[in-house]
Design a protein around this ligand. Structure first.
Ligand SMILES: [Zn+2]
Length: 509
C-alpha cells in the first residue's frame, strides 16, 4: 500500500518496468486465475471464468447464426486414429498426454501403482480432427448429408514445457469447429467465413483490432492445406495469434474415410475444415488493454458493467443509500446490452471507499458509481469510467445515467478499441533494408528486451529458407500474409530476390 502511493499505480511492476511480471500481477490483482498444484494447469477463478462464459455466449450465437450446431465428442482418442494423418501426428506428438493404464492397485510400499495396461493406448485430445472425423465417416453417405457443420466446446491438453496463465497452459478451454463439404470451394468459403466471424468478434466484442491473413507453410496447423489466422498486437508490440481457421482439403477425409456418393453417383472424399479459439483470447484481452492500474475490460465482454460503492457513516444512511441503489437496479433491470442483462456488483464491504474503488479498477469493471449522502440528496452518482484516468470522475444525475447507459457503455467500448487500434497502427512500419530490419528487431536496451519493435511489413520471396533464417537469427516469424494484400514488386528482406508482396513479421507469443 505504501508503494502504491509512491508510484500512483495499482500494479507493481509497471508495463515499462517488467512486462511479463506486470501481466501476471494484473491477473492476480483482478483475481482471475492462478497456477494449480497440477503442473502447467491453471485454476480459472470466477472473474476470469465469467469472461470466458461471455466469450462462449457471444461466439456460440455467432456460430449458430452461421448454421453450425454444437455436439460433444470423447476426451480420449485411440492412438490408431491419431496415427492416420502423418503430418498431424508429427505436429502434436511431443505435446501428447497418453493414457496407458486403467485401475490402480497397492504397490506394496503403502502407495498405489497403475494396474492394467490398456490394449490400445489413448491420447488425451490435443485437438479433435481424428475422433470427429470418425463420426463424420459414419454420418456421411451421400452428398445429401453434406455439409456437416459442427462445433464443440471442450477442454484440450497439450503438454507444454513452459506455461503461462491463459497464454500457454497444459490444459485449456476452447471451441473447435469441424465441418465437411461436398466441394473444395465450399470448404474454402467456410474457412474464410469463420475467419470473418473471429475477426468480427475480436474487434466488436474484445475491442482488439486484428489483421486477417494466411499462414506460411511452416506455420500451418499440422496437416492443414491452408491456415488462416487473426493476429493482434499486444502492448509489448509482440503478436498474438488470436484465432485460426484451417482448410484441410481432403487429407483428413482420406485419413478418416469420410466418403460420400456424389450427385453423379461416384464415391468421393469430403472436403473438411476446422477452426478454433481458446482461453488464450483472455490473455489477448488482458495484454491489449490493461494498464498500470490493472485490468481494463470492454463492456461487451465484462463480467459486470457497473460496480456500485455505497459510502456511509451510519446505519441510517446505509439503509437510505441501499434503497437508492435498489431503485437504480429496478430501472436497469429490463435493459439488455448486447443480449445480456446490465450486470451490477454492489460492494458494501466494511472497508474504505477508496480501497473498494481501487478493487474495481483493478478488476477492470467499465463503470464505477460512488454513492454517498450528497449523491443521495441530489439524486446523482459520482461516476468513474475505467477507460479514463482513475481520478477523472464526474457527477451524473440518476435520470441521465439511466437514460444514457447504452451510450456510456458504447463510448467506453469504442474508446478502448480506438486506443488499441492507434497503438497498433503506430507500431506497424514498412522496412525495405535488411540492415534496418535487423536493427529494428534487436532490443536497444538489453536490460529490457521485452518492450521494443512492432510489426514490420517487408517483402518476402516465398522461400522457407529465408523465413527460417530470420526466425533463427532474430526469433521473428512471419505472422501472416494479409488477406487482400496489395500486390507490389519488391525484393526479399532476407535474400534480395524478387518478391510480389509484403508479409507481416513480428516476435510473437
Ligand atoms: Zn528470400
Amino acid at each position: 500500500m505504501q508503494q502504491q502511493k509512491k508510484q500512483i499505480t495499482a500494479i507493481t511492476p509497471t508495463r515499462e518496468d517488467d512486462y511479463p511480471q506486470w501481466y501476471l500481477q494484473v491477473i492476480k490483482s483482478a483475481d482471475m486465475a492462478e497456477n494449480s498444484d497440477v503442473r502447467g494447469c491453471m485454476v480459472i477463478k470466477p472473474w476470469g471464468y465469467s469472461i470466458w462464459e461471455n466469450i462462449h455466449f457471444v461466439l456460440d450465437d455467432m456460430f449458430k447464426e452461421t448454421g453450425h450446431k454444437n455436439a460433444y465428442f470423447p476426451l480420449f482418442i485411440p492412438k490408431s486414429f491419431f496415427e492416420k494423418e502423418a503430418e498431424h501426428v508429427d505436429g502434436f506428438a511431443k505435446e501428447c498426454a497418453v493414457v496407458t493404464h486403467s485401475k490402480l492397485e497397492q504397490d506394496g510400499k503403502g502407495g498405489l501403482k497403475p494396474a492394467s495396461p490398456l490394449t490400445e493406448e489413448l491420447i488425451v485430445r490435443p485437438t479433435s480432427e481424428t475422433i470427429i472425423g470418425a463420426s463424420f465417416a459414419k454420418w456421411v453417405q451421400s452428398y445429401r448429408d453434406l455439409p456437416v457443420l459442427i462445433n464443440q466446446w471442450a477442454n484440450v491438453v497439450r503438454w507444454e514445457m513452459r506455461t503461462r496463465l491463459f497464454l500457454r497452459t497444459a490444459e485449456f478451454l476452447w471451441q473447435e469447429g469441424h465441418t465437411a463439404h461436398e466441394t473444395e470451394l465450399e470448404a474454402i468459403e467456410e474457412t474464410e467465413k469463420m475467419l470473418e466471424v473471429y475477426g468480427e468478434f475480436a474487434e466488436q466484442f474484445l475491442a482488439v483490432p486484428v489483421i486477417k491473413g494466411r499462414k506460411t507453410a511452416s506455420e500451418r496447423f499440422p496437416g492443414a492445406v491452408d491456415t488462416y489466422c487473426i493476429e493482434a498486437m499486444m502492448q509489448d508490440k509482440k503478436a498474438l495469434q488470436a484465432g485460426t481457421s484451417h482448410f484441410l482439403g481432403q487429407k483428413f477425409a482420406k485419413a478418416s474415410n469420410i466418403v460420400y456418393q456424389s450427385r453423379e453417383g461416384s464415391l468421393e472424399y469430403a472436403w473438411t475444415t476446422s477452426w478454433g479459439v481458446s482461453t488464450r483470447l483472455i490473455g489477448a484481452l488482458i495484454m491489449a488493454h490493461s494498464d498500470d492500474n490493472g485490468l481494463v475490460l470492454p463492456p461487451r465482454i465484462a463480467p459486470a458493467h457497473i460496480a456500485i460503492i455505497p459510502i456511509y457513516k451510519n446505519d441510517e444512511d446505509k439503509e437510505k443509500i441501499m434503497e437508492y441503489i435498489q431503485e437504480l437496479q429496478s430501472a436497469l433491470k429490463s435493459l439488455r446490452y448486447f443480449d445480456r442483462k446490465i450486470r451490477i456488483e454492489i460492494d458494501a464491504r466494511d472497508i474504505s471507499g477508496g480501497e473498494r474503488s481501487w478493487n474495481w479498477i483493478k478488476k477492470g469493471v467499465p463503470i464505477r458509481l460512488e454513492i454517498g449522502k450528497k449523491e443521495l440528496e441530489n439524486r446523482t452518482f459520482f461516476m468513474g469510467r475505467r477507460d479514463l484516468e482513475p481520478k477523472d470522475k464526474k457527477s451524473i444525475s440518476f435520470d441521465d445515467f439511466v437514460g444514457s447507459i447504452y451510450d456510456i457503455l458504447d463510448s467506453i467500448q469504442e474508446n478502448i478499441f480506438q486506443k488499441a487500434l492507434k497503438f497498433r497502427d503506430e507500431n506497424i512500419i514498412s522496412i525495405d533494408e535488411n540492415s534496418e530490419f535487423y536493427r529494428f528487431f534487436t532490443p536497444k536496451n538489453s536490460e529490457k528486451p521485452e518492450i521494443h519493435g512492432g510489426f514490420v511489413k517487408a517483402h518476402w520471396c516465398g522461400d522457407p529458407a529465408c523465413e527460417e533464417k530470420i526466425k533463427e537469427e532474430l526469433k521473428v516469424t512471419i505472422r501472416c500474409i494479409p488477406l487482400n494484400n496489395i500486390k507490389e514488386e519488391g525484393v526479399c528482406i532476407c535474400c534480395g530476390k524478387k518478391s510480389l508482396e509484403r508479409v507481416i513479421f513480428a516476435k510473437s507469443y
